[in-house]
Design a protein around this ligand. Sequence first.
Ligand code: GSH
Length: 238
Amino acid sequence: MSATKLYEFTLCPFCNKVRASLELKGVEFESVEVSPRSKVELPPLPEGTPKKVPVLQHGSDTVADSTTILNYLEDQGLGRISFRPADPALRTRSDEIEEWVDSQFIEALPTVIYGTWGEAAQAARIVAASSKLSGGQRFLVQLAGALVMKQISKRILARNDRKDAHAWVRENTEQFAEWLGDKPYVLGDAPCLGDVAMHGAITCVKEFPIYSEIMSSPNIAAWYERLEQQRRDNQPAG
Ligand SMILES: N[C@@H](CCC(=O)N[C@@H](CS)C(=O)NCC(=O)O)C(=O)O
């Protein structure tokens, strides 16, 4: 049994943030896919913690919320790299960018994962492939999930006064590309929590049409590949 477990949904961008941090750091972990409705797989959570994913279990610690988990991994000094800048001003900026990824970039993602029938069907296929249900039951549950998410996606667009989901995500990507400029990472020569969060969020849409639109920015494509290379290089042996 692995000492570190990540409880997650395959298509949850917050979970992808945590997975990105663990993989980039080279921390060995076991992924536990959680059933979206019952969430029976989740371990007992600290009192008052919402029953949401991601949840990380490390030894006797159970930690919820993607930002709290990323900071927990830094505090524990787990893995081969630290993503927290030593300089206080850079650390504040790194936290701000990480927060922007949550509140702006991830806010828009459901609208390009479930926004069209084609996207919702693709989402249903991906979720079905990672679920433990079998056959027709699996298909029906995932289809129902995709239909609900399609409605949620409409509501997200309305509350943000947006009509074109893809244009919205492209705009957010351009904002990140502007911060990145010609630097290897968003704050300079070393990746920070902002890079990790953005890398995880983009990985979440890798199998959707928006991914190629995001990658049409040469700076973003080169930056993403730089982190991917680190992820591959840091894979735990075994
Ligand atoms: N602020 C939390 C948000 C987590 C979150 O919203 N998770 C969603 C999945 S993307 C969830 O578990 N939803 C299930 C539910 O609300 O019942 C974080 O950063 O981890």
